[in-house]
Design a protein. Structure first.
Length: 103
């Protein structure tokens, strides 16, 4: 099953009306994960993390940049990236080695 199909299941979306937006979310998350982990390809083990972050970003549409929101006595606070996801991402991070040239 493709990432897009799995993401749609997670979000409860049954039709294809949002495929472009969801595909773009998955691409953006993949680019971020590759940057954060210093990798060129996304390991299969990171696919669930990619979907989790895509769900978070999908649900945060319209409240980008807010850290908290209160309306009608209901307060919500947003975390950029939950600690469990940060921990998983850090497990896949490759360390960069910077060469040093002799004088």
């Amino acid at each position: 099953m493709e990432q897009l199909d799995k993401l749609k299941i997670m979000l409860g979306i049954k039709d294809s009306s949002q495929d472009e937006v969801l595909g773009l979310l998955l691409e953006d998350v993949q680019a971020d994960l590759l940057t954060w982990t210093n990798r060129l390809e996304l390991p299969v083990g990171m696919e669930p993390v990619q979907r989790q972050i895509a769900v978070i970003r999908y649900n945060m549409q319209g409240v980008e940049g807010q850290t908290a929101h209160s309306e009608g006595g209901v307060s919500r606070s947003f975390e950029a990236l939950p600690a469990d996801i940060k921990q998983t991402v850090s497990q896949y991070r490759l360390i960069k080695v910077v060469g040093r040239s002799a004088p």
